[in-house]
Write a protein that binds this ligand. Structure first.
Ligand SMILES: Nc1ncnc2c1ncn2[C@@H]1O[C@H](COP(=O)(O)OP(=O)(O)OP(=O)(O)O)[C@@H](O)[C@H]1O
Ligand SMILES: [Mg+2]
Length: 375
């Protein structure tokens, strides 16, 4: 994984039940920055650290993998999952190694692998999926379902790692796939199309907006008689109602902060990101929202309050951002809260700091949207 940092760090990410107050808590004078800006992937075993000589350079095809639903399996069946993970690792290492792949990082329950040949990477992915289907899984976990994404780009390893855009693209591509599915970028399919493995074809899944990737990426799926072939639509931003602003550049670093924010959002309904001006708060919030968008069936909405001067306008701006027509003849706050009551949505408020007197509205939203099972 890349270890690229920004010169300034996001200072604090706060989960809480009510919005924090002014000045000191805006983080503008915060001197206790804790983040390093570096990526810190969670590994289930120490990542291999291949020497630079082993890692391909130039045109490199990356293959990223991820086990679907592993968190739930770890919680429900920790013993069996530990055995399944060993089997998973052995199976993937054997398939990837057979086709010249070098595993350069382990992320969570997944792997990042580099190949000097796009066709080799595709064969390795196909072999790995076949082997996973045939493996003797413990009955408690059943067969682990692994999503795989391939992307080819120019890349040069440094210190046993690659960095930057190609990795982000491959990670986003892989994250859009379903368990058992192998997807690839246009760049990869162009290189391997003439060398398709026996019996394999490519299915054009069309253009997709993949989280932070600015332009749409055309995505292809490997189809083979030995693989599952019918999958739901890719989990791209196109599949989820949203108005997240398109980013014109790739996200750099911030993986540790992203992981922290996304993890905190699994157990808190209100999260505040604090940092000095220009540190990247908005960017981090947009990326975190995009990453977890699939968990919000009614969508993810970005609400910019930067240009608002009066608390009275907040509801209007929320309504506009949600595409909601609020009638001025009735209590607009009541209309908004009634609308949100039945919704599973993530709202990203940007630049709330100058409207703190309007913060009780957020409490009102949290109360109105409270559902059984929530705290
Ligand atoms: N991790 C990142 N990768 C790439 N670009 C970034 C990253 N973080 C911030 N930027 C870019 O830097 C600029 C400033 O970031 P951003 O607007 O998110 O900062 P901010 O903390 O929200 O600023 P402000 O305090 O003014 O609201 C933006 O152009 C943003 O796209
Ligand atoms: Mg901002």
């Amino acid at each position: 994984m890349p270890r690229v940092g920004l010169p300034v760090d996001i200072s604090r990410i706060l989960p809480h039940g009510s919005i924090v107050g002014a000045d000191g808590e805006t983080g503008r004078e915060n001197e206790d920055s804790q983040g390093t800006g570096a990526m810190s992937p969670v590994s289930h075993e120490p990542p291999q650290t291949p020497g630079e000589a082993e890692l391909p350079a130039g045109t490199v095809t990356f293959l990223f993998t991820d086990i679907v639903g592993s968190t739930r399996l770890w919680e429900n069946e920790p013993g069996a999952m530990a055995r399944s993970l060993v089997l998973h690792d052995e199976t993937l290492h054997a398939a990837f190694g057979h086709h010249g792949g070098v595993v350069f990082s382990a992320m969570g329950d997944g792997m990042a692998v580099a190949f000097c040949s796009a066709a080799g990477a595709a064969r390795a992915a196909l072999q790995a999926q076949r082997a996973l289907m045939a493996a003797p899984w413990p009955t408690q976990t059943g067969a682990l379902k692994v999503r795989m994404g391939l992307h080819t780009d120019e890349a040069v390893p440094r210190d046993g790692q690659y960095a930057g855009q190609p990795l982000n693209r491959c990670a986003r591509l892989m994250a859009a796939a379903h368990g058992g599915q192998i997807v690839m970028s246009d760049a990869t399919q162009a290189l391997m199309r003439s060398q398709l493995p026996d019996g394999a074809t490519l299915l054009d899944l069309g253009g997709h907006r993949l989280r932070d990737v600015a332009e749409r990426m055309r995505v292809f799926q490997i189809v083979h008689p030995d693989l599952l072939c019918a999958f739901p639509a890719l989990v791209s931003l196109d599949a989820i109602p949203n108005n997240l602003p398109i980013q014109l550049t790739e996200l750099v670093g911030r993986q540790a902060e992203l992981a922290e924010a996304e993890q905190l959002l699994t157990r808190t309904r209100l999260l505040t990101i604090l940092a000095p001006g220009g540190a990247g708060k908005t960017r981090l919030a947009i990326q975190a929202a995009a990453d977890i968008a699939a968990g919000f069936s009614d969508g993810v909405f970005f609400i910019s309050l930067a240009d608002i001067r009066s608390n009275l306008d907040i509801i209007q701006v929320i309504g506009e951002s949600l595409g909601l027509a609020l009638s001025s003849d009735e209590d607009v706050k009541a209309q908004l809260l009634t609308y949100l009551a039945g919704k599973c949505q993530l709202l990203v408020f940007d630049n709330f700091e100058h409207l703190l007197a309007g913060a009780p509205l957020v409490t009102g939203i949290l109360q109105a949207a409270r559902r059984s099972g929530w705290w």
